[in-house]
Design a protein around this ligand. Structure first.
Ligand code: IPD
Ligand code: CA
Ligand code: CA
Length: 270
C-alpha cells in the first residue's frame, strides 16, 4: 500500500501537470478575492484535484486548503491527521506567464509536520522531505548554503496583497538592502523557502499564511536551515504554525539577520 508520503508526491505531480496544462492550453480565467487577491480557474481546479484525492484515499483526514477550506481555526488545536494545501503558490506569476510557482502539500499528524512536498511543474523541480529523513530535490539530497557573510548574502522576501502597513516592511527592506548583498522578490513563498533549503538563496523572511509555508518549512529544516521568527512568537502559540515574521536562513546567518530585522522593527515602532 502507498504511504501518505508517496501519495502526496504523486498528487503534487498530478496537480502540477494540471496547472501546467491549463496554462499551455486554456485562456486565463481569473477573479480577485476581496477585489484584490488574484485567483485563477487553475487554482480552483488544482485544489479540487488534491482535495478529492485526499477524501477518496483518507476519508477521515481533515483538509486545510487555501481555496476550498481555509478556515479550520488554529492548526495547533486541530486533532488527528491534517493535510495543508496551497494548490498554486505564486498565482500572480502563474497568471503572468512567469515560471516561479508550484503546488504545496504538507501532512501534519500528532502535532508535527510529518512530510512536505513543493512541486514546480514549469521547472520540473520537486522539493520534498519527510521528518527526520533529510530533504531532496528530484530525489537528490539538498542542503543550505555555507555563506556566513551578510554582505555576500542574497535574501528573498515578499509582500502581502493588501497594501496597508507598508512602512515597517520598507524599513526592513532598507536595512536588508544596506547590509546584505542583494534582495529577491521571486513571487512564491514556498519556493523561496525551498531555495534556501537548496542553497540558492541565503535567507528569506515574510509574514504568510500556513498553506504558504507548511511543506516548505519541513523541507528547509530537513535541509539544515534554521527556521524561526524575527518577531516574538505569542505565548501559547506553537512556533511551527506561527505565520507572522518568519525568517529562514543557515545557522551562521540566522541570528545576524534576525538582529537586523528586529532593529528595523524597533525603529518602525518609534
Ligand atoms: C503568495 C506568494 C507570494 C507571497 C504572498 C503569498 P499565493 O501566495 O507566496 O510570494 O509574497 O505572501 O500570499 O497567493 O500565490 O498563493
Ligand atoms: Ca500561497
Ligand atoms: Ca495559492
Amino acid at each position: 500500500m502507498q504511504s501518505t508520503y508517496e501519495f502526496s508526491l504523486d498528487v503534487a505531480r498530478r496537480a502540477g501537470a494540471l496547472i501546467a496544462e491549463k496554462r499551455r492550453n486554456e485562456p486565463l480565467q481569473r477573479d480577485f478575492k476581496g477585489g484584490i487577491e488574484i485567483v485563477t480557474q487553475a487554482d480552483i481546479a488544482a485544489d479540487e484535484l488534491i482535495s478529492e484525492a485526499i477524501r477518496a484515499t483518507y476519508p477521515n483526514h481533515q483538509i486545510l486548503s487555501e481555496e476550498s477550506s481555509p478556515d479550520l481555526g488554529r492548526v495547533q488545536d486541530i486533532r488527528g491527521p491534517l493535510w495543508i494545501i496551497d494548490p498554486i503558490d505564486g498565482t500572480v506569476n502563474f497568471a503572468h506567464g512567469l515560471n516561479q510557482s508550484g503546488v504545496s502539500i504538507a501532512f501534519v499528524n500528532e502535532g508535527q509536520i510529518q512530510h512536505g512536498v513543493v512541486f514546480n511543474p514549469f521547472s520540473d523541480e520537486l522539493f520534498a522531505a519527510q521528518r527526520g529523513c533529510g530533504a531532496t530535490l528530484n530525489g537528490t539530497p539538498i542542503g543550505v548554503a555555507e555563506e556566513s557573510r551578510l554582505d555576500r548574502a542574497i535574501i528573498a522576501t515578499g509582500f502581502p496583497y493588501v497594501k496597508t502597513g507598508l512602512e515597517p516592511m520598507i524599513k526592513r527592506l532598507s536595512v536588508i538592502l544596506a547590509e546584505c548583498a542583494d534582495i529577491r522578490r521571486l513571487g512564491s513563498a514556498a519556493l523561496d523557502i525551498c531555495f534556501v533549503a537548496a542553497g540558492r538563496l541565503d535567507g528569506y523572511y515574510e509574514s504568510l499564511s500556513v498553506w504558504d509555508y507548511a511543506a516548505a518549512q519541513l523541507i528547509a529544516k530537513e535541509a539544515g536551515a534554521v527556521y524561526g521568527h524575527f518577531g516574538d512568537v505569542p505565548e501559547g502559540d506553537d512556533p511551527q504554525f506561527c505565520s507572522a515574521d518568519i525568517l529562514v536562513a543557515n545557522a551562521a546567518l540566522f541570528e545576524p539577520l534576525r538582529a537586523l530585522l528586529r532593529s528595523a522593527s524597533d525603529n518602525a515602532a518609534v
